[in-house]
Design a protein around this ligand. Structure first.
Ligand SMILES: [Fe+2]
Ligand SMILES: [Fe+2]
Length: 481
């Protein structure tokens, strides 16, 4: 007999949800498994399926000691179904069902809405694996290659997490949605992934770091809101996903920081003070800070779109029905129902932007996006302190929320990154100043060369301060086969 929360590794699918005594769901998952493996082999990391990668695998769900590190061939990774420990007598914390016992089954009236939340979340997970599948070929070190693959196998596990919920709780429709998650493809014209940013290319490693910093963090915010859900299995699933997600944020923030460090070092060694002396800086084989700013502009604006329209009745309904809460709902002190509450929403009004009070319920996307921006900004400030410490006069700035938007209140207007309105024509003529241009992309691509000597790094990025799992600098994180 397994202890509560213990992970069963005896079944083909590691889990802590008692799959061995849940024949129906075990069968459904086993039926889904071969299709999943074909997807992984076809769309997972290209060219490294036989390599031994030093990966962590989740072996428990208790904080501390939940992961075990070892060499694994990625197709043999033990993707499991793991839920955070069950809180006995958990009560719903918000919405009209606040104070009632959390649901262990799907309430009939919320079935389609919950299913949709699972499908949308589930769709982003394999999408990012697809977007990043070609990056192994240009990894700047074995350390970075390993981190990429770690993120990839964990995003794939997040797909498992959502597929488990769909198959266990949503019957036939859930099973068919689980199939659909293996059919859509990032960037495909006929069957694209569901959300915009997940159909964009991740052409190079700077994009990968920006993606994990900006776009994975949207994922984190969505998971945080779902972790509050009155539907307990969803709350527990997403809570455990957040444990893994922390590493993805780290890969992004430290990745960008190492690119910045290398650029600053190279500029200082060459005696270049002006960060806009782009040709001379690029001639050193490093990425100039203004180009890093452009990448940040792009990934931040694409990620803001993922929060949806600022004013949204869907968001209001999901909250009101106790399905999707606010960021750290349980730490907020208010009525948790938002009766008569308002929230300030930035809106374009007669050529300028004004904060307008809206009913807090319909402004929930805006609120989550503001929480996101606050967190994002604190990492950007850490990058700036680093630039400053290196004696270089440059500051990375998050662009205005009005810049380069495709969804919401600003989707029909064009502005500069500072938020000044301009015509579409003006925008198009100046966009290469603000967003990565074809030339910028070509320059960055020219630097992307695979480095596979243990302990060596490509010339455009600094080594990390510490290794993964406390390994020393020359540790062989990937054994190429
Ligand atoms: Fe994920
Ligand atoms: Fe992630």
């Amino acid at each position: 007999m397994l202890e509560a929360n213990a992970v069963d590794y005896e079944t083909s699918i590691p889990n802590n949800v008692g799959l061995s005594s849940d024949r129906r769901v075990l069968k459904a998952l086993e039926k889904w498994h071969p299709g999943y493996l074909s997807w992984w082999n076809e769309m997972g990391p290209e060219g490294f399926q036989d390599s031994l990668v030093y990966l962590r695998t989740a072996v428990g769900v208790e904080p501390g000691g939940w992961a075990k590190f070892d060499y694994v061939r990625m197709p043999e990774y033990r993707w499991g179904v793991l839920l955070a420990p069950k809180e006995e007598n958990r009560l719903i914390g918000f919405g009209q069902h606040k104070g009632q016992p959390a649901w262990q089954e799907v309430p009939g009236e919320y079935r389609s809405m919950l299913q949709r939340l699972c499908v949308i979340q589930g769709d982003t997970e394999p999408a990012s694996v697809e977007q990043q599948r070609h990056l192994g070929a240009t990894a700047p070190s074995l350390y970075d290659m390993r981190n990429l693959f770690q993120v990839n196998v964990e995003e794939a596990r997040h797909l498992w997490a959502m597929v488990y919920l769909l198959q266990k709780y949503f019957g036939k429709e859930g099973r068919s949605e689980a199939e659909g998650l293996l059919i859509r493809r990032s960037g495909d014209e006929d069957r694209p992934r569901m959300l915009g940013a997940f159909n964009e290319a991740t052409p190079d490693w700077l994009s990968f770091f920006m993606f994990t910093y900006f776009t994975d963090r949207d994922g984190k915010m969505q998971l945080e809101s779902l972790a509050q859900s009155g539907f307990d299995p969803l709350a527990r699933t997403t809570r455990f996903m957040l444990t893994e997600e922390a590493h993805h944020m780290f890969v992004g923030e430290s990745g960008v920081s190492r690119v910045i460090q290398r650029t600053c070092d190279a500029m200082n060694q060459a005696g270049i003070e002006n960060p806009f002396d782009i040709d001379r800086i690029r001639a050193l084989g490093v990425i100039d800070l203004p180009t890093i700013q452009k990448k940040a502009n792009l990934h931040y604006s694409l990620s803001l779109d993922l929060f949806g329209s600022e004013i949204s009745t869907n968001a209001a309904t999901a909250f009101n029905n106790s399905l999707k809460g606010r960021y750290r709902e349980d730490k907020i002190e208010d009525d948790h129902q938002l009766i008569n509450a308002t929230y300030p929403v930035l809106k374009p009004v007669n050529g300028t932007f004004k904060l307008v009070d809206e009913p807090a319920l319909t402004a929930l996307n805006m609120r989550l996006r503001d929480d996101y921006t606050r967190e994002t900004d604190s990492g950007v400030r850490r990058w700036n302190r680093q630039i400053n410490k290196n004696g270089i006069d440059f500051e990375i700035r998050l662009p205005s929320v009005s810049f380069n938007r495709s969804i919401g209140l600003f989707s029909n207007i064009d502005t500069t990154p500072e938020g000044d309105s301009l015509t579409q024509e003006e925008f198009l003529s100046r966009q290469d100043d603000w967003l990565p241009s074809v030339d910028d992309g070509a320059f960055i691509s020219s630097l992307m060369e695979q480095v596979t000597e243990p302990g060596s790094f490509a010339g455009w990025i600094s080594p990390p301060r510490i290794g993964i799992d406390n390994k020393t600098g020359d540790f062989e994180y990937v054994r190429l086969q």
